[in-house]
Design a protein around this ligand. Structure first.
Ligand code: XMP
Length: 512
């Protein structure tokens, strides 16, 4: 496996993505955690130093342990990683007054180099630079293989020891042949690219068995991709030692509870408790219209309910969670400072300590699309795996103002028509998330010869990569017109349809 030492670059995760795409298993670890003992235990076959915001000229700036250079394994240093490598090996780095370089740059070859195979079909190659300081003198043993106008040492290497240092970021999209550089690097390091989902599945099953032994495991199944895949994987590992609890808070979509519970029980043979607690949740939410209060009530009740059902499962010692890799990577923060709570997210974070349970998190090493691939491996239906994300507080946050059963019923029907439209037009997979919000206003309309006074609703559809930023989806006017007509005709209680064209930021994806 390959070790990525993280010095705090914004794009470190992309390095891992590129490598996984090449069938190479790698892990990112923050530099603070990497000491001699760690290196020995990890025994990497190759190491990559990420970029980072610090300056190697500052006192106490982050470094890898010197031992990494004595392990006899190939090392690739990127940006800050390049500078730290140069400095530790006897080169010199200078402050970047006037020589900082950000954005597109072009490097020119000087000599052929193994990791640059496939580069330089023309006499220059586009790369993405982002550096303040620069290398002023390369370390003994290194030679220059490519230069750029702002970086005379854009690509240097010590080919004897297989140390490579690049000033730019090969992992980003704007370095078009960056993936090729990584591919050359890992092949040279001896990786064959045989890391697949099937092998991950086998390893993960072994690890779960070792961790859990013959103890019982409980899992809060939400029907979302992450908890579903985690449950399926753990079930494969320990069978009936796993019990899932599906909390039905009455804020689910049309037929959702039946579909999820049915699929896991009948199709996947899991033991699932369907906790029908609609009355409890909807009762406590009655008359509440403040978004944060709604979220807090739902979060608190969820934990209570889950605990109540979990307590009935005798001998449960583990709680399964579908934590993903992006949630795990400890970010290397240099600025610190509190961030503002926009919305309090709903999760079972505090549960394990409260209940004295240990965590099983079999997806901790995976990215979202890898989790989907694993789900397919495990036999979950593709349409299920490809579903849009659905928030923990459910329809509550798509129903601004007071939540009533009547509004929820109308919302469920409208949402089902909208999603059906999207699927019929073949747009579902192009959209990150789509849903209807029912608005707390009634408007006047005319249907047939009569007056109507019904709810207005808003359609939402966004494109996004990670939910952090988003843009509205550019439906055609025909699509929007047809969908509005269908909703108004098919859903009693709605007489007006609007389309939400707010991006995030400044909007959020959900309405509350
Ligand atoms: P916002 O509305 O913050 O949503 O732009 C970003 C993404 O997160 C989902 N979301 C949640 N997911 N618990 C969840 O599990 C929550 O409390 C929650 N709130 C929002 C939202 O659906 C979108 O995908």
């Amino acid at each position: 496996r390959l070790l990525i030492i993280d010095f705090g670059s914004q794009v470190t995760q992309l390095i891992a993505r590129r490598l996984r795409e090449l069938g190479v298993y790698c892990e990112i670890h923050p530099f603070q955690n990497v000491d001699d003992a760690f290196l020995d235990a990890f025994a990497p076959r190759a190491v990559i130093f990420s970029g980072g915001p610090a300056s190697v000229l500052d006192e106490g700036s982050p470094r890898p342990p010197a031992r990494v250079f004595d392990m006899g394994v190939p090392i690739l240093g990127i940006c800050y990683g390049q500078q730290v490598m140069m400095q530790m090996l006897g080169g010199r780095v200078e402050r970047g007054e006037g020589t900082a370089e950000f954005g597109r740059a072009f490097v020119q070859p000087k000599e052929p180099l193994d990791i640059l195979e496939g580069w330089f079909d023309t006499d220059r190659e586009q790369v993405w630079m982002s550096h303040g300081d620069h290398v002023a003198e390369i370390a003994p043993g290194f030679r220059v293989y490519a230069t750029s106008p702002g970086a005379p040492f854009a690509i240097t290497a010590d080919t004897e020891r297989h140390f490579y240092a690049v000033q730019f970021h090969p992992e980003v999209h704007h370095t078009p042949r960056g993936a090729r550089l990584y591919e050359n690097f890992v092949r040279m390091a001896g990786f064959t690219g045989d890391w697949t989902m099937a092998s991950y599945r086998e390893e993960a099953v072994q690890r779960i068995r070792e961790q859990v032994g013959d103890a019982k495991v409980i899992c809060a199944l939400s029907g979302g991709v992450d908890s579903s895949v985690a449950a399926a994987l753990i079930h494969e590992a320990v069978g009936d030692q796993l019990t899932c609890v599906f909390v039905d808070h009455g804020l689910l979509r049309l037929n959702e509870a039946e579909e999820v519970v049915g699929m896991f029980r009948d199709h996947m043979n899991l033991s699932v408790i369907h906790a029908e607690e609609q009355e409890l949740f909807l009762g406590e939410l009655e008359g509440v219209s403040d978004p944060e209060t709604k979220r807090k009530i739902i979060g608190r009740l969820f934990i209570d309910v889950f605990q109540k059902y979990a307590d009935q499962i005798e001998g449960a010692r583990f709680l399964a969670q579908g934590t993903l890799y992006p949630d795990v990577i400890e970010s290397v923060s240099f600025s610190g400072g509190p961030s503002v709570t926009i919305k309090s997210h709903h999760n079972v974070g505090g549960l394990p300590e409260k209940m004295g349970l240990k965590l099983v998190e079999p997806l901790r090493e995976l990215f979202k699309d890898e989790v989907r691939a694993l789900g397919v491996e495990l036999g979950l239906p593709r349409h299920f795996i490809g579903r849009h994300p659905f928030p923990g507080p459910g329809l509550a946050i798509r129903c601004p103002g007071e939540i009533t059963r009547e509004k929820l019923d109308i919302l469920r029907k409208a949402d089902a028509v909208y999603i059906d439209q999207i699927r019929r037009h073949g747009l579902y997979d192009d959209i990150w998330q789509a849903f209807v919000a029912i608005l707390p206003v009634r408007t006047v309309g005319v249907m047939g010869d009569g007056r109507t006074y019904d709810y207005a609703c808003a359609l939402r559809a966004v494109t996004s990569v990670d939910g952090m930023t988003a843009d509205y989806y550019p439906f055609s006017h025909d699509f929007l017109g047809e969908t509005a007509t269908r909703i108004i005709n098919e859903v009693k209680g709605i007489n007006r349809v609007t389309y939400d064209i707010t991006s995030k930021p400044p909007g959020t994806i959900e309405w509350e």
